[in-house]
Design a protein around this ligand. Structure first.
Ligand SMILES: *[C@@H]1O[C@H](CO)[C@@H](O)[C@H](O)[C@H]1NC(C)=O
Length: 167
């Protein structure tokens, strides 16, 4: 390899490293402004779409995580009907609450952010946390869903902070 080729290679490696570093710090800088840095970074780092996303792209990825957690929680609720039949009332309430997240909050937030009206996106994201808390209360302190509830409250808060950066 001649000198010029070597130099070109070195330059390319340097540019690639800079791109990788700046992507990392874009996620980190954004996550620093949220109430849960570690959760924010781990959710975004584990998603390949994050590397090319702007702030509204990161918000959409997190809304997708809310959707995933909602589906997971609804599956858990469905399983609990057999294991804990005495909890039917609270489970019905939770099922209704999580379907609201899935069928109203998530699509509303996605549409608002995609269309560039983040103000309306914030409402759906906040409501996901509100619905999860309401579900939790229905068990009167004996919730089998506490850790899923906490996850939803945390993701909702982190996502809200990022959506607010778009306002
Ligand atoms: C989410 O944010 C609300 C409002 O700021 C706060 O009261 C609540 O403790 C937060 N929840 C979690 C799990 O971080």
């Amino acid at each position: 390899m001649n000198m010029i080729k070597k130099m070109k290679m070195k330059m390319m490696v340097m540019v690639m490293m800079m791109v990788i570093l700046s992507e990392g710090s874009m996620i980190e800088q954004t996550c620093k402004e949220t109430p849960d840095f570690n959760l924010c970074v781990s959710l975004l780092d584990s998603d390949s779409r994050s590397s090319s996303a702007d702030i509204s792209g990161l918000a959409l990825i997190l809304i997708d995580k809310i959707k995933g957690l909602t589906t997971k929680t609804l599956n858990e609720i469905n399983g609990l009907y057999k294991k804990r039949p005495e909890m039917k009332r609270a489970l019905d309430e939770c099922s209704r609450r999580y379907k609201t997240i899935l069928n109203a909050d998530v699509p509303e937030a996605i549409e608002a952010i995609s269309k560039g009206v983040p103000k309306f996106g914030e409402d759906g994201v906040i409501d996901a946390g509100v619905e999860a808390s309401a579900c939790e209360r229905g068990f009167k302190g004996k919730s089998p869903l506490t850790s899923l509830t906490k996850s939803m409250q945390k993701i909702s808060n982190v996502t809200r902070a990022i959506v607010r950066m778009l306002l």
